[in-house]
Structures are given as C-alpha cells and as structure tokens.
Design a protein around this ligand. Structure first.
Ligand SMILES: Nc1ncnc2c1ncn2[C@@H]1O[C@H](COP(=O)(O)OP(=O)(O)O)[C@@H](O)[C@H]1O
Ligand SMILES: [Mg+2]
Length: 371
C-alpha cells in the first residue's frame, strides 16, 4: 500500500524545510517502514468517571453498561493503521464517532484509553510543546465548518499557518501563492472570504492546510456542506491534487459513494466502533455484516471490482490490453465491444490473465440481479 516517501518533497516547493527542532526531525524514524499512523484500542468516553469505568472493565464493555453509567461512548476500541501515501477513509453515519476518532489522532481530544503512534512515536506520551510543533509542521487539517479569517484575504489566510510557524513574510507569501495556484484559485489571492463561493472557500481551507506541507492530512467531511455538483467537482479536484502530492490522508465522510470514489481503504464505523476495514472492493464483495452490506447494496460492482478479480487465464491473440488494477467499469465498453478477449497486464507489463465480453457482462448485469 505504501506508494510514496513520507516527506512532502513531491509538492512543488523549492524552499528549504521550515526550521524545526531536533525533536521534531527525529520523527523521521518510523517504527515500521511505510506505516504513518497507528491506533490501537482507542476509546473515548464522555462523562464523569470515564477512566475509572474502563479500568474496572477492561475485557468487554457493552453499550448498555455505558448507558447505565451515564457515559457516552464516542469511540469504542478502535484500531487501525494508515500507511504512507494512502487515502484512508473513515465512513459512518452522523454520530458514529468519526470526528472524535480523528480528533484523537491529532490529540485535539485526549483519548480515554488506547495507544496512538505517529511516525512510530507515542503521540499520547508526547509533551504538549512537541505536540503543538507536530501539529504545526506535520499535520494538515480541514473541517466541514472551519473558519477562514474574515479580515484576511485569500493570500493572508493561506499564509497564516506559515506565519504561526514564524516564517518570514516574503517566503510565506511565495509558498502560499504556490498552493493557491495548486487548488485552482490563482488570480483570487486578494479576494476576501465573503467574496468567495462555498466551494472556493473550501479550496482556501484546503490550500491553507497544505501550505505547511503536512505529513498527514486530516479531512473531516470537507465537502459535505457543498451542493452535489460542486461536491463532485471538489472530489475530482482532490484526486487530481493527490495524484501529484501523494499525501497520507485520513478522510472522513458519511457518504459511502464518496468513500468508494476516494478511498484506498475504508473503515466503517457504527456506534463508535469500527465494524470493518477494507478496500472498496473488499467491502462490496465481502461485507462483514448486514450493516456494511446495506451500504454496499446499491454500489454498481463494476465501479469497485478490479479487472484482476474477475480475469481468466491468458489467451492467444488478444484484442487489446488492460491493466489488472483498472476497475471493470473503466474497461467495460472496450472489452464488451471487441470480438476477442483482452490481455490483462500487471504493473510490470506482464500478461497475467484475460478478460472477455462475458466476464464484463456478468459483472454489469449480475449487480442488477443481486439488488
Ligand atoms: N464533547 C462531547 N461531549 C459529549 N458527547 C460528545 C462530545 N463530542 C461528541 N459527543 C458524542 O459522541 C458521539 C460521536 O460524535 P462524533 O464523533 O461527532 O460523530 P460523527 O463525527 O461521526 O458525526 C455522538 O453521540 C456525540 O453526541
Ligand atoms: Mg463529524
């Protein structure tokens, strides 16, 4: 899953790294190559005596137990691992604990129990000063209802986190201009937030969070408040950005379609617990329970199934070639229209199988008969 190095070197910034303490640079040492963030048995209970409650019942805690004690279980025993360069989506209905979990990941909220490692370092044991530095230099955050600073223009808003870092004006404005262009707002840098549409304001938020070249990028329902058409446009834009930046991303959404479109892997949350973690393909083909199956039922299989998952043995004289990692939907028209099967190639260009009209039609039609 690891597809990129941890630093932000792929972002087109030519400037030197911002000044950092030796402590924060030491974060470069990862416990396991490719692992950026790890949560293990994370709990967040709201209410009096939450810690005592958990200490007393380490084995199994039911929702009824919690309820009886007047505690709200926002996150229950969540474990997950996010790899470098991965888009890890956390999906769940409103109130399922997504925001609380992502806030625990940056320790904006103190978990009641559990372990969180960032770049191999124990986040929960980190002194406050180091934690603040980590957030400033290594974490980018975008929230659904975030506040742009109304008295600052686009340039000022995007440069703001760099100003907080202590970067000199000319330097921070130069870098801010680069990200402003990157998110498609070039020419609007002197506009004030009130002069921008909702989608444009969200782009400013995205640019601002990218200005510091974060190692990890937390996006909590960044597009949920936007109209469906704009939302789609922003999703495309986001994927375009990610194809250049290859950030490690934790993306939160309550929209399963959005999750499928963006995710390398998805964690499904319900009542504070993670029900299943898998690729879109795994969730659609092997839902862990009826709850997950309900989300996946209306997803066209051709959208999530890979060519690899349905291919047959290689054949002679193929009509063309398709990549094994392509979604069936992407190749369906070509394959269905051809007289002979297509060769399936792996990432090294080796023939690993074939896919024909019947294979494709089965996926396309099979969905409707299952639904
Ligand atoms: N500060 C808080 N105090 C008490 N309960 C909270 C607090 N923050 C969140 N909750 C509760 O925790 C649960 C999960 O909330 P949240 O993480 O915001 O869910 P989501 O982001 O999935 O909508 C909800 O029941 C919510 O009411
Ligand atoms: Mg939320």
């Amino acid at each position: 899953m690891a597809r990129a190095a941890p630093s932000g070197t792929r972002i087109p910034f030519k400037s030197a790294e911002p000044a950092m303490s030796a402590e924060s640079q030491a974060l470069g040492a990862m416990s396991e190559p490719g692992l950026m963030l790890e949560c293990e048995g994370v709990w967040k209970l709201f209410g009096e005596g939450a810690e005592r409650f958990l200490d007393a019942r380490s084995a199994s805690v039911s929702l009824d137990d919690l309820h009886a004690c007047g505690l709200i279980a926002a996150v229950r025993d969540a474990s997950l691992r996010v790899h470098e360069g991965e888009i890890f989506v956390i999906m769940g209905l409103s109130g399922s604990g997504k925001s609380t979990l992502v806030r625990c990941m940056s320790r904006l909220i103190e978990p009641t129990a559990g372990r969180i490692l960032f770049g191999g370092e124990d986040l929960l044991a980190m002194p406050e000063k180091k934690l603040i530095e980590l957030r400033r230099h290594k974490m980018g955050m975008v929230f659904q209802h975030f506040a742009l600073l109304p008295h600052l223009n686009v340039l000022g808003n995007v440069a703001f986190p760099l100003e907080v870092q202590g970067m000199a004006r000319a330097e921070r404005e130069r870098r801010a201009m680069e990200v402003i262009k990157l998110v498609g707002l070039g020419g609007r840098e002197r506009y004030y937030p009130r002069e921008l549409s909702g989608g444009q304001q969200q782009r400013v938020g995205i640019a601002r969070s990218l200005a510091v070249e974060p190692w990890i990028w937390f996006l909590d329902e960044p597009f949920s408040a936007l109209d469906p058409l704009i939302r789609r446009e922003m999703q495309d834009e986001f994927m375009r950005l990610q194809s250049m930046l290859r950030k490690t991303i934790v993306f939160i959404t309550h929209d399963f379609d959005e999750a499928i479109r963006l995710a390398d892997r998805i964690a499904i949350m319900k009542d504070g617990a993670i029900i299943q973690i898998g690729t879109p393909e795994e969730l659609v083909t092997c839902p862990a329970d009826g709850y997950v199956a309900d989300f996946t039922r209306d997803i066209p299989r051709a959208k999530v199934l890979s060519v690899r998952s349905i291919m047959g043995s290689p054949v002679g004289s193929p009509a063309g070639e398709v990549p094994a990692d392509a979604r069936v939907q992407e190749v369906a028209m070509d394959v269905a229209a051809a007289g002979a099967p297509f060769a399936v190639l792996d990432e090294n260009g080796r023939v690993v199988g074939s896919i024909g009209r019947d294979d494709v039609l089965e996926v396309l039609i099979g969905h409707e008969t299952h639904a």
